[in-house]
Design a protein around this ligand. Structure first.
Ligand code: MN
Length: 250
């Protein structure tokens, strides 16, 4: 079995090393990951510039592109055949609720399922005050989920988005399937001045809260459970198709 591992934190990030090591006994592990951090780059592809893949070991490549580039290039150009399973992570920081639209970690998994390969994204819910990083807890859950996907497969165009609290494995309350919730951040804009008196901006603010939605991913992770949310690459809102058809179709 061929397993392709990628991420958005970069080839040298501790989370991807832990994940690649954790699934070594499940098959031939290939790592194709960005050579620099690509967090929050979502699903962008590099189409107007060349990509270079630097060999970093046997079945190991660092690519000067995005997470989606890595899956595309890995699956269709670098591996010796199609991957049977694609794993993305372990991301430093959770990808909960609305985060999935920005996440490069989730986009790598989405790129995989769009090409027909089952995929799982795994992220560790690290809080700003956390000192220890419990990659082993995330890898334990990743193995649990990966083995299920290997045994049962996934529906077409479906990925699993997994988030794990950053706590010791013995403290983990369990694994819970969950819906995608809503995450709120402070929408902060910092305006500064460069040495020539021109303004520049930093965007991005701290996490505020998760919406209090029962069985949604954020609150479950905050309670000490690992969440598993099935996501489909087709975001059509089917419930709104019929009323919209009545109004717009001519
Ligand atoms: Mn990241």
């Amino acid at each position: 079995m061929r397993i392709l591992v990628s991420n958005d934190d970069g080839f040298d990030a501790p989370g991807i090393r832990a994940l690649a090591d954790a699934v070594m006994d499940l098959g031939d592990v290939w790592v194709v990951a960005p050579d620099s951090e690509q967090s929050a780059k979502s699903h962008s592809l590099t189409l107007a510039a060349p990509l270079r893949a630097r060999r970093r070991g046997e079945r190991r490549f660092a690519v000067d592109g995005t997470p989606a580039d890595c899956i595309y290039l890995g699956a269709h150009g670098l591996l010796d055949g199609p991957p049977d399973l694609v794993l993305s992570g372990v991301n430093r920081g959770s990808n909960l609720g609305t985060d999935v639209h920005y996440s490069g970690t989730v986009a790598a998994a989405r790129e995989a399922v769009m090409a027909g390969f089952p995929a799982v994204a795994i992220s560790l819910h690290v809080l700003p005050e956390d000192e220890a990083l419990h990659w082993d807890t995330a890898c334990h859950v990743a193995r649990h989920v990966a083995r299920d996907v290997v045994s049962h497969g996934l529906p077409p165009h479906t990925l699993l988005n997994v988030n794990v609290p950053n706590i010791p494995r013995v403290a983990l309350k369990g694994v819970r399937t969950a819906t995608l919730g809503v995450r709120r951040y402070a929408n902060r804009v910092l305006r500064r001045e460069d040495p020539w008196g021109r303004h520049y901006y930093w965007i991005g603010g701290p996490h505020l809260s998760f919406a209090d939605i029962a069985d949604s991913d954020g609150p479950l992770v905050e309670q000490g459970y690992a969440s598993v949310t099935p996501l489909h690459s087709d975001p059509t809102l089917s419930t709104f198709l019929e009323p919209l058809r009545d109004r717009l179709d001519t």
